[in-house]
Design a protein around this ligand. Structure first.
Ligand code: NAD
Length: 428
């Protein structure tokens, strides 16, 4: 987890306020968009396997649904907080708007540790979460998805409970379902590939041949692994990866200056994206401190692990060689650090644009589930590429035309789209 003083909701509101000021958003719309439209807080009693009853706290936040049903994951985490969920719901609103998909922003969570719960207990928790909110979510209202420590299995239990309550088949109620049970091909790859689609476009604009670039990445989980795979396929060279070591339980940076081998590294990575340090050493990797990924002499940095990783404390360690930073993770850069990146003219592709491939593919899953017709993988990836590329172009065009920082350009587009929907509906 990140530093305890960090409050994601404060950060999300501060980012919003800054852009609202810049675009001269009227007071009422500002007031309306800087907090969620609706929040649900509820208790979920679960009978545990030892016969006792435990009461869990559950949440769902719908930040804004002016452009379409709210969309966002459900997180299971012992340190979950309502403020984190609020911030993430708000970021979902901007993310869906910047890639121009007809969805709003939502997020949910339960304070629990699924790692210490049996499958049966987790199933009861999923069903309990849906029972408490079944009337206020649904394919046309708010569509949940997997997130931290929830997966396809949880989604299917939630779907089953929802369909039981509503007496019908509603596969478009939730996304992240298993393939063959309403899931979309390509979802696994979508976020990481999306990160590289927008990086590819940025490099084209900067007239840099991807084949002549090197990169350093933080994380080797779902997002990072697929990003590494596609970046290497396009000819780029990754020289360092930072991730958790599954013996010492702390992060290390694994470096190979002539380029790492994806298959080698994958073979020593566990399902949570942790690498075995001893085995990496055996494969010829240099083992450096966990935060060394940030100071490598590379052209591209890709934070794809956690929030609040590039801060005023370490931003000065970024090499002069770095030209592009593409944010795979949510909120990796603090506002102080962001100012430094902007001054240094590093081309930043902001998180809610760069990692929007995941929600875009979830939207495709919804479309497929609602029509009960499933696409081939090539079709999914092609549509994803088209959507990410056009979103990137809109942001970078605005950034150039108005001479604004890429993050601000992305926010301006997203906030303007949502404000337009809110005003057109006559809500403010
Ligand atoms: P994941 O759990 O699959 O992987 C996380 C990776 O980060 C692991 O390799 C882990 O070892 C590494 N890590 C954890 N702590 C670290 C530390 N202190 N230093 C270095 N590495 C560390 O997660 P993911 O699904 O790949 O998500 C990564 C980020 O991307 C998160 O911020 C997530 O919110 C965001 N994101 C994910 C998706 C998605 O579709 N999975 C979509 C949008 C945004």
């Amino acid at each position: 987890m990140s530093k305890s003083s960090y409050n994601a909701y404060d950060e999300a509101r501060a980012q919003f306020d800054q852009v609202a000021e810049k675009i001269g958003l009227d007071e009422a719309t500002r007031e309306f968009l800087r907090r969620p439209m609706r929040e649900y807080h509820f208790t979920i009693p679960v009978q545990m396997d030892d016969g006792s009853r435990k009461v869990f706290w559950g949440y769902r936040v719908q930040h804004n649904d002016a452009r379409g049903p709210a969309k966002g994951g459900v997180r299971f985490h012992p340190l979950e907080t309502i403020d984190t969920i609020r911030a993430l719901a708000m970021w979902m609103t901007w993310k869906c708007a910047v890639v121009d998909i007809p969805l709003g922003g939502g997020k949910g969570g339960v304070i629990c540790d699924p790692r210490t719960m049996t499958d049966r207990e987790q199933e009861q928790l999923c069903r309990g979460w849906v029972r408490q909110i079944a009337k206020d979510i649904g394919p046309c209202i708010d569509v949940p998805a997997p997130d931290v420590m929830t997966n396809a299995k949880h989604m299917l239990w939630m779907l089953d409970e929802y369909e039981t309550i509503h007496g019908g088949k509603y596969p478009g109620f939730i996304t992240g379902k298993p393939i063959g049970m309403g899931g979309s091909l390509g979802r696994k790859e979508a976020t990481g590939f999306g990160v590289i689609y927008v990086l590819r476009e940025a490099l084209k604009e900067l007239k840099i041949d991807i084949k002549n670039t090197t990169a350093s990445i933080q994380g080797f989980g779902n997002v990072a692994q697929h990003a590494v795979k596609l970046y290497q396929q396009l000819g780029g060279k990754i020289i360092a990866i930072s991730c958790w070591d599954n013996n010492d339980h702390q992060p290390y940076t694994f470096r190979k200056k002539d380029g790492l081998d994806f298959d080698d590294l994958e073979s020593i990575t566990d399902p949570f994206g942790s690498i075995d340090k001893e085995k990496a050493n055996g494969l010829g990797y240099e083992i450096l401190p966990g935060d060394a990924w940030i100071e490598q002499d590379v052209d591209i940095l890709i934070p794809a692990a956690l929030e609040n990783q590039i801060t005023a404390d370490n931003v000065h360690r970024i090499s002069k060689q770095v030209k592009v930073m593409v944010e795979g993770s949510n909120g990796p850069t603090s506002r102080d650090a962001d100012k430094v990146l902007a001054q240094r003219k590093i081309f930043v592709i902001p998180d809610f644009l760069a990692n929007a491939g995941g929600v875009t593919c979830s939207y495709f899953e919804q479309v497929q589930s609602n029509t009960n017709y499933y696409w081939e993988k090539d079709e999914v990836m092609q549509k994803l590429d088209t959507r990410m590329t056009s979103a990137f172009k809109a942001v970078s065009d605005l950034s150039r035309q108005k001479d604004v920082y890429m993050r601000d350009a992305a926010y301006i587009i997203a906030i303007n789209r949502v404000a337009f929907a809110v005003k057109s509906r006559g809500w403010v």
